[in-house]
Design a protein around this ligand. Structure first.
Ligand SMILES: CC(C)(COP(=O)(O)OP(=O)(O)OC[C@H]1O[C@@H](n2cnc3c(N)ncnc32)[C@H](O)[C@@H]1OP(=O)(O)O)[C@@H](O)C(=O)NCCC(=O)NCCS
Length: 185
């Protein structure tokens, strides 16, 4: 998918997106507690700490997305460019409030993020998914199709090794390479 197609698909105009009365924007520092509550309402996501969400909404705001609908936060993506491999965007968490699901919002948030100036030069996306998270597998497979990019995966953070015993293994999923979304119109 080239830049123009990516922008058409995500409805991107500049950094933010407005579509179906859902507005996408980088989070503000004061949004941390709202993000914390949204994630708490979206199992099986790890809740992390309020402090972690505060850092995401400040240091990592350029690579995070908060979706607003009717004045309420309805969707969230946290991500960062990998230290030592900045052409790779690592997606930490994706959350959509139950009432907002099934309308393409998660996909739109990811596409909108990739089209941001702050993601200039990104040509790979990574995330981790547990084996049982059907929705997440479907989301990222769909994204790979949209980007017309190969997808591969392998077990990475293992139950009883990198993760405490009884914690489901996280599979590392990689999409790319894909054409770096430029910010030229
Ligand atoms: C995963 C999640 C973010 C998806 O949000 P969403 O806005 O409903 O997803 P989208 O509408 O953009 O769907 C994208 C694709 O995934 C598919 N999909 C989404 N949820 C699905 C489900 N429960 N089962 C199967 N496929 C699903 C959609 O059908 C769509 O594919 P399609 O275009 O071929 O139809 C949402 O279900 C959620 O917040 N879950 C709880 C938190 C979580 O598990 N996050 C995982 C990522 S870390």
């Amino acid at each position: 998918m080239d830049t123009a197609e990516l922008k058409r698909a995500s409805g991107v105009l500049g950094q933010d997106t407005t579509s179906d009365q859902i507005t996408l924007a980088a989070p503000r520092p004061q949004d941390g507690p709202l993000v914390h509550d949204l994630i708490a309402a979206c199992p099986p996501l790890d809740r992390n700490s309020a402090y972690c969400n505060a850092l995401q909404c400040t240091h990592f705001a350029d690579t995070c997305v908060l979706a607003w609908g009717g004045g309420e936060p309805v969707g969230w993506v946290s991500a960062y460019r990998k230290p030592g491999a900045p052409q790779t965007l690592f997606v930490w968490q994706v959350a959509v409030a139950e009432y907002g699901r099934g309308r393409g919002l998660a996909l739109r948030m990811l596409q909108s993020l990739l089209a941001r100036e702050s993601c200039g030069g990104v040509e790979r996306l990574e995330t981790t998914i547990t084996g049982s998270n059907t929705a997440s597998w479907a989301l990222f497979r769909r994204l790979a199709e949209r980007l017309r990019a190969p997808l591969k995966h392998r077990p990475w953070l293992l139950d009883g090794a990198e993760l405490p015993s009884g914690t489901p293994t996280e599979h590392l999923l990689t999409i790319g390479p894909f054409a770096p979304p430029s910010q030229q119109a």
